[in-house]
Ligand binder design. Sequence first.
Ligand code: GLA
Length: 303
Amino acid sequence: MAQKLLNGQPWYDTDGNPLHAHGGCMLKAAGTFYWYGENRTGNRYVSLYSSEDLQNWRFRGDVLTADSPTAAHRVRTECRLRNDDGTKKNIERPKVLYNPRTRQYVMWMHVENGKDYREAACGIAVSDTPDGTFTYLGSFAPFGCMSRDCTLFAESDGTAYFLSTARDNADLHIYRLADDYLNVDALVNRLWPGEYREAPAVMKRNGRYYLFTSFCTGWAPNQCRYAVADSMDGRWSTLTDIGDATTFRSQPAFLLQTADTCYYVGDRWNAEDYNGSRYVVLPLTFTADGVPQLTYTDFAFTP
Ligand code: GLA
């Protein structure tokens, strides 16, 4: 094991380049972890890294850039990956699921114009392989709703959900996706109206669903809170604090389950210098009653 990743320190890929994968997600396939995340350098939007041991990350490509192929999938979809003046958009929180029905890797993301946060749209891209160039299918407002911070979750039977903040971040919506994962099918929950929960991250353990969120304070970290439910479209508990008052100076990106451990993966944003943002990965443990606990460790991805 060549490197031990230290929380809050700069991380590099196996070529020695800075690892750009913020606000992202991980997929596991055939013993390999695939880490997708934001990369704002050059013409890039989303980069992909892979690892077998969660410590050594190999750069696999820029899977979505401002010059990626586009294809109009829906009627009246905004399909451009640049603004009219040629400047880049802002793509945040890319999340990827494998759809066993269509055998496609489907990415959902938050799309803005790169200048402000008024576009408030979600975007979709697809690829036949995890590391292929994704084809961008455009952005839209689900059921006409604003859509900003987001995540995806799939059941073992393939039913998938898109969670995103709506109504200027005041409410958190849960949408069930269509079978092909290329549209929303139903708005199944509107959680904690007026509570301004951001950065949703969800996992399922022993038949219960856990949803972690931050409060809405821009790049500044705040107290993470979680809720529990028996189904995605069922009744969610009220919110309970977890971790310390700044979530160890981080904001949730996603929750990772390996064969024997769960991890909280967060971003330690740098508001002055986005590319100086770092990562915080902590073990997520559970009491016998299923209460999650987050404690600080110096090393990332260690149980
Ligand atoms: C919050 C969101 C991020 C990003 C910043 C911008 O931290 O979670 O994804 O949109 O705000 O201020």
